[in-house]
Design a protein around this ligand. Structure first.
Ligand code: HEC
Length: 114
């Protein structure tokens, strides 16, 4: 009896640890640059062009996102999605992205480039 109780406790605590480490993973983007590549089509029109400026809704300099920290990119995208950042084009874009899309795109943009 005593032994199985200990086993149960061990199982429970390892389940908790599992949950904790999953939480930690959600904090640091573990996206796939390869998958991100397939999702770029909707970003490249603005972010792929050196020195590009949007003409709508204002003439606006588009920031360079290549080479930024993946965690920063994910945070920025989440902020657009939540409305914390309010640029209309990026809000529209971010609303259509899942957390996995954001992590993949961040892995691509934040990863090494040629
Ligand atoms: C219609 C043009 C347009 C498209 C399409 C677009 N962006 Fe943006 N993006 C912008 C502009 C303009 C800003 C600057 C907005 C601001 O100042 O808040 C921006 C800002 C960002 C930022 C924040 C950069 C920083 O330095 O803080 C990230 C990250 C970003 N975009 C990622 C993406 C990703 C990923 C996609 C594709 C899913 C995408 N964008 C598609 C125009 C665009």
């Amino acid at each position: 009896m005593h032994a199985s109780r200990t086993t149960l406790l061990a199982l429970l605590s390892s389940a908790c640890l599992g949950l904790l480490s999953q939480g930690a993973l959600a904090q640091t983007p573990a996206g796939s640059a390869e998958a991100g590549k397939g999702k770029l089509a909707m970003c490249i029109g603005c972010h792929g062009i050196e020195g590009y400026r949007t003409a709508y809704p204002d003439v606006y300099h588009v920031p360079k996102i290549y080479g930024q920290q993946p965690a920063y990119i994910v945070k920025a995208l989440q902020a657009y999605r939540s409305g914390e950042r309010s640029h209309p084009s990026m809000r529209g874009i971010a609303k259509g992205l899942t957390d996995a899309d954001m992590a993949d795109l961040a892995a691509y943009y934040g990863g090494p480039h040629k």
